[in-house]
Design a protein. Sequence first.
Length: 495
Amino acid sequence: MIYPLKKLSFRTIFDAVADAMLLTDDSDHIVLVNPAAQQLFGYSAEELSGLAIEMLIVPRYRGQYQELFLNRPAKHSKSVGNELIALNRDGKEMLLDVSLSPIKTQQQLYVLITFNATNRRLDAEEALRGSEERLRLAKQAAGLGVFDYDFKHNIVYWDQQMRMLWGKPSEESISYEEFVAAIHPEDRAARQAAIDKAMDPASDGEFKAEYRVINSANDVERWISARGRVYFESGFAYRLIGVTRDITEQKILQRKLQAQRNETEKIIKQQVAARTASAIAHELNQPLAAISAYCEVVLHALLSDAFNSGDLRRALEGCVEQAQRAGRSLHELLAFLQKGELITEQLNLHDVINEALSIVYSDGYRRFHVVFHFEKNLPPVQCNRTQIQKVLINLFRNAIEAMDASDLPTLTITTTLHTLAGTKMAKVIVQDNGPGLDHDIAERIFEPFFTTKPTGIGMGLDISRALAEVNGGQLWVEPDAKPGAKFQFTLPFAP
């Protein structure tokens, strides 16, 4: 194994070295030039061979080179102080590190000179300093913190911005358990679920989470938005690198805006309900008054001695006629309120569900975790996007509000999408982990104006059911489902 190395010549090794190298004789003339030196100086080996080494040095420094190097042909390593300014073929000056290695033979002395482009190193260092400064300024402007979570050693490395948020300004690293201890208990499960998803080798490794941190130094609670990426080695996750941003002020503003939107929506719903009830009352008032009058005639006739079957028949016929009139008026009113051509399209129900969740998130409902069970390659459905989004948003909001009222540590909504067996229909299931609905409430939950909320008006589920039906599906609740409430609706597949 060692013997073939003896066949390697000095010239072979000389030409293979990555650094620029020249070999000079005892008269300071160039004997050999390796390819790296040819590239550095811009000359061919033939052009440099026999040339005095001083010809490559800037004239004003040739005396210095003679004094420092040629008059003392001893070994010099590359370091600060062993520098000179050389010229390339185009006349450009280059600051070079120089190392000398004298080689003595029986006949004469040779000097092996190695060059390294100092200016390129200095330029790189300057560029790095500039990049670091820009990064620092960008971090400062955006309020970003940087972290590096080492899975193998269970350690989190972090910068000063994050240490200040956690209340540990002097610790450049921390155990993962200590890191998590500062996260609000209600947010730990959802954040860990986001990490577990990012650590799945089948995923893209992207990590996103929002959670609260309680500063250990002053007990101040802050909202954190974290973004990062998991890196894998041989199919195993070994580190998570990311940034964090303090979004507390944004959260406060979102809550204020959401409260305003909720109040506005509540007022609008109340006005709609009042107008609708007024319109219904107006349409039914006259028929009901007539029915009441006819009934009084019948009762009066039955209680008197003057009993006339013809009068009774006419009174009862009047009751029937007025009841039918009331029914027609009610149907006409509902038709008027719901008038408009239904525009449907072929939609990917998976996308519609995600769009509805995005709207729910943007409305300030963020403290919940979603578990998906989606059938693969599900055909598109035929429906109106806006109306089905409204159904989903209402179901998601109801689920979150029901769980919030129970003060659960983790709010989980399980959303299932699959084909309804034996039909050409898609079935969506939205199930929360809240207290659920007892049998009596489940039977009345779709009644107009029936509500279990202190501020509700009891029209959301009734409207949602009507929207599902107008799109060719059905909406119902499964009584006594555990855990939580379980709502289901169907939609037809596109033809």
